[in-house]
Design a protein. Sequence first.
Length: 336
Amino acid sequence: MTINRAEKGGALLAVLWMSAALAAIAFTVSTTVRSEIDRVSGDSEGLRAHYLASGSVERAIQYMLWGGDYRNPDGSPRFWDFTQPRLTFRYASGDAIVQIMPESSKLSVNTATVEDLAKVIAAVGGPQAPAAAIAQAIIEWRGGGNSLDSFYLSFGPTFRPRHASFQEIEELLSVRGVTSELFYGSFVEDAQGRLYARGGLRDCLSVWGSPAGPFDANSVSPALLDAMGVPGDVSARLMALRPTTVFRTPADLAAAGINSPRLTVGGNSIWSIRANARLRHPDGSPSDVVRSAGAVVKLLDRRQYFMMPVHVLRYYDDAWSEFAVAPPRGVVQKVQ
């Protein structure tokens, strides 16, 4: 039986098409497998980083429990005291930066005037935020005025403003005009196109905050400094020094050239804890995966509550801060 050239060409073409189809299938399968491996790896790293962050919050609470009882030979705190705004925990699998901030470094959302609220909203949201209208909505939510009741009721028959003090700062998300970007913060771009984290209302306002200051220099938000009228050069100098300097007394502020009646050192009995954990690769390089956790605690009188002087009020599975973007250089204290 003789096979002509046309038949040979057809067979060869069929083989080539079959090879191309099999190659495409193999490429698709390999791409899917690689994508699934990357996804599972990312989920695994995210879960590990989450437990690293939540474990660091628990460790920080334990350090606060021990803080007043253990000292180094030179008298410095072995674990934590009121003048330590940051702790760095280094583990075999990664690092965690823990911020410990007094709530008095924020403005009280329940007692602030409409003018101060408008200044804070403008400082956080920029000129595009209708600061005056949002500030008035906050005032009506927490107390007098019912001009916005019809707006809230339009979302459902059971949704209405409280006309009472805020019990949790997250209630702000229900106030007219308060967006998630305004509450949690966003990113700003400089002239070179680099993105920087900008805090939100939750970094400036608190239900346990100070009526009008002074605010703790170690943890006060830059936006709150601007809103409260602290001169720009003083605020810039404070922000430049804070990643590498801990101010333990008001005299430390004066020595650093930071003079403002709005600033002090220390806080009240309510403190926020935020832990940002970043894994470390086997070669020692930092991972791109970052997870956060946080808590709000109340420090009780050790003489009366010596068994448990730290009471946890709230716990957050996600408590993002600017330290989640880039670890600060020259961390003051390193705890192994």
